[in-house]
Design a protein around this ligand. Structure first.
Ligand SMILES: Nc1ncnc2c1ncn2[C@@H]1O[C@H](COP(=O)(O)OP(=O)(O)OP(=O)(O)O)[C@@H](O)[C@H]1O
Length: 280
């Protein structure tokens, strides 16, 4: 199946600043990829190239097989910018109708209602944006990004204004998109969110990909904790496969074992290790 996004050797220079330096990145159809990196790493530049808003200095990007920026590529792309703002006087339905016209979608009222339902805003189409909380506005923004059934959805910090319930709604929605074969590139600083939902994570720093992989593979093992009658013992270098031996030895020594926990590192640990000296 054609990749939702395929970037090869992407470079972008702004004067003497190198924003991207020979980046390769793929988002498969039905894959949720988290794009992480410190401020200024080049994430927005990459997303803007994928949308056709910025031209690369070298390399190329394709969206669903079409050159990024072409009409076909733009028709296959949904985008929610980090700092979006809809007019306060506009009703949610009007915002979506405007974006339907921009995206040349013929979905009409049925598409608008279905999208509002998808982001948990059923029946709120008549509400003015200025009367909505930031979280509700963000959901309208996500609905807008899904107009016209895009093959690639680019979301810049989509859950930053959401409360835990709203985040769960967006996570469920992202999983739904994956099930429909949509590729999602999620730009977020909320690493725990990314860890929960993304199939793969790409970490960029100073314009280059420094680490990539599945969140569970990037998060390094964090040892084993054993609860005995003497309290909790921490064995920082032990791994899951060491657990039976550890328990056997403790029991042979006469200890009572009440619980064993294999500790895994977090994506945050992996992230900080990858961009060490920049964020810490
Ligand atoms: N239009 C521009 N003109 C000049 N320099 C730019 C321009 N856009 C971005 N840059 C520079 O390119 C580099 C990458 O910026 P970019 O916005 O892509 O980073 P980012 O990873 O999205 O950062 P953030 O997390 O802060 O949004 C930075 O050094 C930035 O200052």
């Amino acid at each position: 199946m054609t990749a939702a996004l395929s970037a090869r050797g992407l470079s972008k220079r702004y004067g003497t600043t190198t924003a991207l330096d020979a980046v390769d990145l793929d988002v498969a159809a039905g894959e949720l990829v988290g794009l992480l990196g410190p401020n200024g790493a080049g994430k927005s530049t990459l997303v803007k190239i994928a949308c056709g808003l910025v031209r690369p200095t070298a390399g190329e990007a394709h969206v669903a097989g079409a050159t990024a920026g072409s009409r076909a590529a733009r028709a296959s792309t949904g985008y929610l910018a980090e700092l979006f703002r809809f007019p306060g006087w506009a009703r949610a339905d009007e915002v979506l109708a405007l974006h339907q016209r921009l995206a040349r979608s013929a979905g009409g009222a049925a598409e608008r209602e279905a999208l509002l339902a998808r982001v948990g805003l059923s029946g709120e189409g008549g509400r003015r944006m200025e009367t909505m909380s930031k979280g509700m506005q963000q959901r309208v923004g996500i609905a807008q990004a899904l107009i016209g059934e895009p093959r690639l959805v680019l979301l810049d910090e989509p859950t930053s204004a959401l409360d835990p319930g709203g985040r769960r709604t967006v996570r469920d929605l992202l999983v739904g998109l994956r099930d429909q074969g949509v590729g999602v590139l999620l730009n977020s600083h909320l690493l725990s969110e990314v860890e929960l939902v993304c199939d793969r994570v790409v970490i960029v720093d100073r314009g280059r990909v420094v680490t990539e992989g599945r969140p569970e593979d990037l998060a390094a093992p964090g040892g084993v904790e054993v609860e005995t009658s003497e309290g909790v013992r921490r064995l920082p270098d032990a791994r899951r496969e060491d657990v039976p031996r550890i328990v056997r030895e403790l029991v042979a020594e006469g200890a009572e074992v009440y619980g064993v926990r294999v500790v895994s590192g977090t994506l945050e640990d992996a992230y900080l290790a990858a961009v060490v000296g920049r964020d810490g």
